[in-house]
Design a protein around this ligand. Structure first.
Ligand code: PBG
Length: 322
């Protein structure tokens, strides 16, 4: 097994950057050559809001290429992965996670608190829209999509039409553009999306040598945090279509390393905002996520939406709307 490995990637600057970083890390750790193979996904072809396109828009074409064996492994932004398991595929590694927080890029170097009432803020994700409204600052929130450069131009370019945009800090970091950030948002105000800032390195289960090889890239603390956040999301999807945020942090506690998980369900207009947290051991990451989701549901997470049309029983799953 010494042939060049084919790494499937979307063609956006962000995807190419993160795939390139994974390829380099793998070559450094194993000596294996890696070639990038571009795969065009439905999410790249359409400019419709992601929550309209549906879950998995950035993922399906890559998974099809894995199944068709035209690529050996793929790198996904973990938050774009549907929570449903993909038959025959395996997340062989979760590399060290980037800072998962959201970032504000505002005109004139402004911070969130410095935005005046009526300021026009662009962001695509329902989760961010909901939390911006929940601040009660009279911000005008407007939908925003497109690649990172397109979004930045709306606030930084010569024909900028927005006062600020909110986007994942991790995306800017991978592109070397953290210089444009005017504030990294405190999770107390803007809790990130489940798995934001993390990557998923995926290959076929029937390729055990590659599963083993890729596992050198796995970072156990990142995997534990993401596992808890995604378990929370998966459990809530059964009964709730509202925007979901989750953030797991590992820290040294009295009883060794502890996982501190925060979760939130917010109505799109920000008027209902349910936030809870739970602490446990990283080995119980999935159980912590499920238990926190159950608590949120008990407090009415499933009733928070209503207006957007409740999914109802029998609906499969919605996944990230980011
Ligand atoms: N669906 C958009 C998306 N998917 C992954 C990232 C980059 C951040 C990450 O890897 O979590 C982004 C951009 C954004 O949310 O601003």
């Amino acid at each position: 097994m010494t042939a060049t490995l084919r790494l499937g990637t979307r063609g956006s600057a962000l995807a190419m950057a993160q795939s390139g970083q994974v390829a380099e890390a793998l070559t450094a750790a194993t000596g294996r050559e890696v070639e990038l193979v571009e795969v065009v996904t439905a999410g790249d072809r359409s400019s419709a809001p992601v929550h309209r396109l549906g879950v998995g828009v950035f993922v399906s074409a890559l998974r099809d290429a894995l199944a068709a064996r035209t690529i050996d492994f793929a790198v996904h932004s973990y938050k774009d992965l549907p929570t449903a398991a993909a038959p025959g595929l395996h997340i062989a590694a979760v590399p060290p996670r980037q800072d998962p927080r959201d970032a504000l890029v505002a005109r004139d170097g402004r911070t969130l608190a410095e935005l005046p009432p009526g300021a026009l803020v662009g962001t695509g994700a329902l989760r961010r829209i909901a939390q911006l409204h929940a601040l009660g600052m009279q911000l005008e929130v407007t939908p925003l999509r497109g690649n990172v450069d397109t979004r930045l131009r709306r606030v930084l370019g010569p024909d900028a039409d927005l006062d600020a945009v909110v986007l994942a800090r991790a995306g800017l970091a991978r592109l070397g553009r953290t210089d444009v950030i005017t504030e990294t948002l405190d999770p107390m105000l803007m809790l990130p999306a489940p798995a934001q800032g993390a990557l998923a390195v995926e290959c076929r289960l029937d390729d055990p040598d590659l599963v083993e090889l890729l596992s050198v890239l796995d970072h156990a603390p990142s995997r534990a945090a993401v596992t808890a956040e995604r378990a929370l999301l998966a459990t809530l999807e059964a009964g709730c279509t509202a925007p979901v945020a989750a953030y797991g942090e590992l820290a040294e506690g009295d009883a060794g390393v502890e996982l501190y998980l925060r979760g939130a369900v917010i109505s799109p207009d920000g008027t209902r905002d349910l936030r809870l947290s739970r602490t446990g051991t990283p080995a119980d990451a999935a159980e912590i996520g499920k238990a926190l989701a159950a608590e949120l549901l008990e407090l009415g997470a499933d009733s928070i939406l209503g207006q957007e049309g409740h999914a109802g029983p029998g609906t499969q799953q919605f996944g990230s709307t980011e």
